[in-house]
Design a protein around this ligand. Structure first.
Ligand SMILES: *Cc1c(COP(=O)(O)O)cnc(C)c1O
Length: 471
């Protein structure tokens, strides 16, 4: 399988190179040059398969040329052995039409584990082959940092430096990062905001010498391998609800558009998806873009669903490229325009290409609270605020009465106990497997938010890439 950049001028690469590269060299994002397709019979044959076997069927075409089916199976088995539920992503029924797909049974209680646990194994495998070393640097406001740290802890070929804004992530989120003990984990509390931390990471990537000396890499959701791992659970859920005989709708609490784009890919591969509902909070750039064609950046409003508090959605570019006819040069122009004016209009081709499959909803704090109460009163389920945004959109969606609607539950309620308690009066306890989080010792260093301080810190601790000389 070959991959091409959304901006048309980076070289086509195979899966291994795309996984290690993250972003394409022309600033675009990688996509397969064409979508693999499954026939109805092939989808029917997924009935009854375990999660890992489903993952092997769905992902084999994407890794062709880089991993054999058996290698892929070993990596998936290892990645998903750390989930606390046998089904990995179990479906639960809320009423005759509404379902939830629980994606939070991984080690850090957020859906990001589904992709990052696999990515950790892919990195390790590919780096061993090349005898190379990777330095991951990232800034986190919470969930991505803990999921990434858990996924790479103890791996010999990877160092990870995770910056968080001091005092501005929740205790659970900070402890999920700082209590992981392994020599390759480096937690840094930056005296500044999340934006300051992110600006430092960007500056490191923009320093070409530094970037190449330490083989810097990112684990944000622009990495194709992360998206690929998320396609699997759309198949797993839909097959259990009657696909390919019956179409299923999905409602997806959305931030960077990675999770819902994986659903779009599943549909392109032949899965009968009746509707993909893009659920946003009041940070509604995607709702405006899909409804009115207006992709213009506003100010981020902090909400009870911090993982969806975004104004620019990095993976949306993949949809614009594919739905708009795959014209890399035109998209590169359009994105350059957006980057200078912070606003753009979708083309008619992009709007029409998305409209058949995607709809959107903007869910405010009241509707989110009502959805949390309804889930508890009607079905006895305590759900997290992000999942509640999805559920509110699912219940309001205009799909036929005979179409099952699956909301992706993206976080465990115990990650956001205050918001859950405000809505339902219940304070969800941390599951037993992370229960001693508050007894474990924390390890992190504090640094001022300066380029000098952070690069000195990284250079003292990271392993230069194979063949790179001393500074
Ligand atoms: C990351 C995240 C999201 C948003 O997912 P995207 O792929 O960025 O759209 C939603 N909910 C939770 C809990 C998350 O951690």
């Amino acid at each position: 399988m070959q991959y091409q950049s959304t901006r048309g001028s980076a070289p086509a690469l195979g899966f291994e190179d795309v996984t290690l590269a993250g972003l394409a060299s022309d600033g675009g994002l990688y996509l397969p040059t064409q979508w693999p397709a499954f026939t109805a019979d092939q989808i029917r044959a997924m009935a009854g398969l375990s999660y890992v076997e489903t993952a092997v069927r769905v992902m084999t075409p994407f890794v062709a040329g880089s991993l054999s089916e058996d290698e892929l199976r070993d990596l998936c088995a290892a990645a998903y052995s750390r989930f606390s539920h046998q089904a990995v992503t179990p479906l639960v029924q809320l009423d005759h039409q509404q379902w939830m797909l629980e994606l939070f049974h991984g080690p850090t209680l957020a859906f990001k584990d589904v992709a990052l646990q696999l990515l950790g194994h892919l990195f390790e495998r590919f780096l061993s082959r090349r005898d190379d070393h990777l330095t991951i640097v990232g800034a986190t406001s919470g969930d991505t940092g803990s999921a990434a740290i858990d996924a790479v802890a103890g791996r010999a070929k990877i160092d990870i430096f995770m910056l968080h804004p001091e005092g501005r992530v929740s205790d659970v989120q900070r402890r999920q990062m700082t209590t992981v003990r392994a020599p390759n984990i480096h937690n840094i509390a930056i005296s500044g905001s999340f934006d300051d931390a992110q600006a430092l990471v960007k500056a490191m990537f923009n320093d070409a010498d530094f970037k190449s000396r330490f083989n810097l890499s990112a684990v944000n959701s622009i990495n194709w391998a992360r998206l690929m791992a998320q396609i699997v659970y759309y198949f797993y859920a839909a097959v259990r609800l009657g696909a390919p005989e019956r179409a299923v709708a999905f409602s997806v609490p959305t931030g960077n558009f990675g999770d819902v784009f994986a659903g779009y890919v599943a549909a392109r591969m032949g899965l009968p998806v009746a509707k993909l509902i893009v659920a946003t909070n009041v940070n509604d750039i995607l709702h405006r873009a899909l409804g009115e064609g207006d992709y213009s950046q506003g100010q981020v409003v902090p909400t009870a669903t911090p993982s969806m508090d975004i104004q620019v959605s990095s993976n949306f570019e993949r949809l614009l490229f594919d739905a708009g006819g795959r014209d890399g040069a035109a998209l590169a122009d359009q994105m350059r325009g957006f980057e200078s004016s912070r606003a753009m209009r979708l083309t008619n081709a992009q709007r029409d290409g998305a409209a058949g499959l995607l709809s959107s909803a903007r869910i405010d704090a009241d509707a989110m609270t009502m959805a949390m109460r309804w889930a508890y009163d009607a079905a006895g389920h305590v759900i997290d605020p992000h999942s509640a945004i999805g559920l509110a959109a699912a219940r309001a969606a205009d799909v036929g009465a005979d179409v099952p609607v699956v909301t992706l539950a993206t976080a465990h309620a115990a990650k956001f106990p205050d918001a859950v308690e405000r809505a339902t009066g219940l304070r969800p306890p941390l599951p037993a497997r992370v229960g001693d989080l508050f007894a474990r010792e924390e390890h992190y260093d504090r640094l001022p938010a300066t380029f000098e301080a952070i690069t000195t810190y990284v250079a003292e601790r990271a392993t230069p890439r194979h063949g790179a000389g001393p500074a």
